[in-house]
Write a protein that binds this ligand. Structure first.
Ligand code: SF4
Length: 73
């Protein structure tokens, strides 16, 4: 995957990451004071990115499958 594709996929602009929007309790729509109720993937020209709304990916679980013998000589 090229770097630009990764950035577009990971940092795609959407209402769920906008400073103005608030996710509903069931997380299916965004409540916006400027546009009302909108879809989570919707976007308008007043978008302002809020990095605190992005949930980081969990680390891969395969790194926990090691034992003490794997690190001894
Ligand atoms: S509709 Fe516009 S202002 Fe409202 S949350 Fe979405 S991008 Fe932000």
């Amino acid at each position: 995957m090229k770097n630009q594709e990764y950035v577009e996929q990971e940092y795609r602009k959407a209402c769920r990451y906008c400073e103005h929007g608030q996710l509903s309790s069931d997380q299916t729509v965004v409540l916006c004071p400027k546009k009302g109720i909108v879809e989570t993937d919707y976007l308008c020209k007043k978008y302002v990115y809020d990095p605190l709304k992005r949930v980081p990916q969990q680390p891969r679980a395969t790194m926990t499958d090691f034992s003490a013998e794997d690190f001894s000589l």
